[in-house]
Write a protein that binds this ligand. Structure first.
Ligand SMILES: [Zn+2]
Length: 74
């Protein structure tokens, strides 16, 4: 996987994903992502779909800040 910004090889790493919604903030830890040394991050389609599912589910039950672990929410 090459970086779309600078062309360097990206490294698979765990990253914290933050979704800022209208009435809440959802923090998802340990999300597998491709990270570049320039700061670019890329999630695979599978991971991104899973993130959306977690966000959709959580935003119906919280109205503040939620912190979840991707590896445990999956
Ligand atoms: Zn890059």
């Amino acid at each position: 996987m090459k970086c779309a910004e600078c062309g360097k090889e990206m490294i698979m790493k765990n990253k914290t994903y933050v979704a800022n919604l209208e009435n809440c903030v959802i923090v998802i830890k340990n999300v597998p992502a491709y990270i570049c040394s320039c700061g670019e991050a890329y999630y695979s389609d599978e991971v991104f779909e899973r993130l959306e599912q977690i966000v959709m589910t959580l935003k119906q039950v919280i109205n503040d800040v939620a912190v979840v672990d991707y590896t445990k929410a999956a």
